[in-house]
Design a protein around this ligand. Structure first.
Ligand code: PRT
Ligand code: MG
Length: 221
């Protein structure tokens, strides 16, 4: 019997954008996590199953070997730190940018120049600490779990660190991006021990994903 391969991923944009890559690897999910309540989803391949987890939990499942593989945003991986994970492939999906944003009209550059202490609300505390630390900007970080765009509107923070895709959410809340921290996309992650023990099953999957990503990139050119 072949080794069972378990892939952890979150529903929503990661799941939706992973489906075509799985299909290119000959794998079809047998349920839709938006409809089904099952958290373990079988696939058209008896030896491959999917775990539906919260986006921020994906690296944890893979780190501890509860899943062999996972698909996680670089934002999540930066916060997790990457211990125990092999990150062989940028899938190029769920792309966006990590940005500093502030209310329109807020003089961010001037505040930084004057050495003002900024209150920054974010879910990405580690990334924000490293970003502002490297620039020598003084910040008090306020940890939030979502809807960061609200914080400056109600005086909780001067600025936020959040992901921006279209920019619509910032605009709708009277905010503007003031600094880019870096580009973000989803990565394939692999448990380091799984890769050794189940290499025969995992390696062909990594190659199929790699081909699917290359083919899509070629199609986009
Ligand atoms: O939403 P939930 O609380 O359930 O979990 P989650 O936010 O952790 O997961 P999910 O599914 O929303 O995001 C999964 C991954 O998608 C993230 O870890 C990112 O790597 C990636 N991704 C890509 C994004 C976005 N684009 C994105 N635009 N994640 C979130 N956003 C949010 C952003 O935080 C902001 O609130 O969308 C809003 C901005 O979008 P625009 O288009 O208005 O700029
Ligand atoms: Mg979300």
């Amino acid at each position: 019997m072949p080794a069972v391969i378990t892939l952890a991923l979150s529903k929503g944009r990661i799941f939706d954008e992973t489906l075509p890559l799985l299909e290119a690897a000959g794998i079809r999910a047998l349920a839709d996590p938006e409809v089904s309540r099952e958290l373990v989803i079988g696939t058209s391949r008896a030896d491959v199953r999917l775990l539906v987890v919260r986006a921020a939990d994906t690296p944890t499942y893979v780190q501890y070997g509860a899943a062999d593989l996972g698909i996680a945003g670089k934002d999540i991986l930066l916060e997790h730190g990457g211990a125990g994970l092999y990150q062989p492939l940028d899938l190029g999906i769920a792309a966006c940018r990590m940005m500093v944003a502030a209310p329109e009209g807020f003089d961010y550059a001037g505040s930084v120049r004057r050495g003002a202490r900024l209150r920054v609300a974010t879910k990405y505390v580690k990334t924000a600490r490293e970003h502002f630390g490297a620039k020598g900007v003084h910040v008090d970080l306020i940890k939030l779990y979502g809807s960061m765009e609200l914080a400056p509107l109600v005086g909780l923070a001067d600025a936020i660190v959040d992901l921006v895709a279209t920019g619509n959410t910032l605009r709708a809340n009277g905010l503007a991006a003031v600094e880019e921290i870096g580009p973000i996309s989803a990565r394939l992650i692999v448990n380091q021990a799984s890769l050794k023990v189940k290499r025969g099953a995992i390696q062909p999957l990594l190659e199929a994903f790699g081909r699917a990503v290359a083919a899509r990139a070629a199609g986009n050119r």
